[in-house]
Design a protein around this ligand. Structure first.
Ligand code: SF4
Length: 355
């Protein structure tokens, strides 16, 4: 029997940050001198492991997320990409994205990263207001973030910027001003994340007074109307063709491998889906129903929604769709979330899936 080699997207988790931001609950350590050699050795072992497991599969996208991947020394990024290209087939148009924190990468390193193959940079700008940046515990100011965006654009990289909204005292009006400033940055992709207070973070202990739900809903609606980029996922906006292909593939239910401790992955071996566990080298079979549930959870975040394939058909609550046309629709055999539905996505998903 010929074994089918299905392409997999690759996600590399880089677990180090220069300092911990006050809102952040991602798996990362604030560390002045990370053990880069140890990290790299571990990643190369995982690359070998998956090579022996899956063979020379093709890789349509590679994403370095974190943590702060822009802290990575050039030789480490080089070794990882070189190893991937030796073991797997990096497609000609492979999107290689890297998340960055302004203040951790200069023009020289940016150019080095580009020469190694990185072709898309995501910049954690978060705010254009220095006081807000300080309040969030960011290590950079707005000018540094703008400079990094400019350098990346000048180098011809595809560029995205992340922003956070919903901070204390943030109103529709001042967020609208932020959106207008974003429109002037010449970006083709940006992400607008609503602040959420995560357990165990300094923000949780500060008892912050955040904008109420109604204001948040108004801000969300205003962002969609004001940004000059269309929304293609609950928090992501891009000019047509400039969407993050890596994330889109995952939201659309394509397989991906996570490298690095704690990185998630959904691997397809001989038509069976597996979930990666903890250390990246162990995996466990997941049922068709679990996989269908995941496809709904991620697909409904996007404006293209979810195709009603037989596995999806079995677990969708069609009565909920019929009774809530303002939240969710069916069009050309796809289930779509409306703008109002995007606002209450978590609640919507609980009702949409039959358990
Ligand atoms: S730089 Fe990013 S990953 Fe690191 S602490 Fe801040 S938000 Fe979290």
């Amino acid at each position: 029997m010929i074994r089918m080699l299905r392409p997999h997207n690759f996600y590399f988790h880089v677990p180090f940050c220069a300092a911990k931001c006050k809102y952040c609950a991602f798996y990362s350590h604030a560390c002045q001198k990370p053990d880069w050699d140890g990290y790299c050795e571990g990643i190369l072992k995982e690359i070998n492991f998956w090579y022996y497991k899956l063979g020379k599969i093709s890789v349509p996208t590679i994403f370095f997320g974190g943590g702060t991947p822009s802290l990575m020394p050039t030789h480490v990024l080089n070794k990882i990409i070189k190893s991937v290209s030796e073991k797997f087939l990096i497609t000609d148009d492979c999107e290689i994205s890297l998340e960055s924190n302004p203040g951790t990468i200069d023009e020289i390193k940016l150019a080095e990263f580009k020469s190694i193959g990185m072709n898309r940079l995501s910049v954690g700008v978060q705010s254009l207001d220095d006081e807000q940046l300080q309040f969030m515990g960011r290590i950079h100011n707005a000018d540094q973030a703008l400079k990094l965006l400019e350098s990346a654009q000048d180098l011809g990289l595809r560029v995205s910027a992340d922003f956070i909204y919903g901070l204390p005292n943030q109103s529709v009006l001042n967020t609208e001003n932020l959106c207008k400033k974003i429109n002037n940055l010449g970006l083709k992709h940006c992400s607008m994340y609503e602040l959420s207070i995560e357990p165990g973070t300094p923000f949780e202990k500060m008892n912050l007074i955040l904008p109420d739900n109604e204001t948040m809903a108004d801000i969300y609606g205003m962002i969609g109307k004001t940004l000059n980029l269309p929304r293609y996922e609950v928090s992501n906006y891009a000019a047509p063709g400039e969407e993050c292909e890596h994330n889109q593939n995952i939201w659309n239910g394509e397989p991906y491998i996570g490298f690095g401790r704690g990185a998630a992955g959904r691997v397809l071996i001989d038509d069976k889906w597996y979930e990666q566990l903890g250390d990246g080298q162990r995996f466990e079979l997941i049922t068709t129903k679990e996989r269908a549930t995941e496809k709904i959870l991620t697909g409904m975040r996007t404006i293209i929604g979810v195709n009603i394939t037989p596995d999806i058909n079995k677990i969708i609550n069609f009565d909920f769709i019929k009774n809530n046309p303002d939240l969710v629709l069916i069009k050309s055999n796809r289930i779509l979330t409306t703008e109002k539905g995007m606002l209450i996505l978590d609640d919507l998903l609980i009702n949409l899936i039959k358990l």
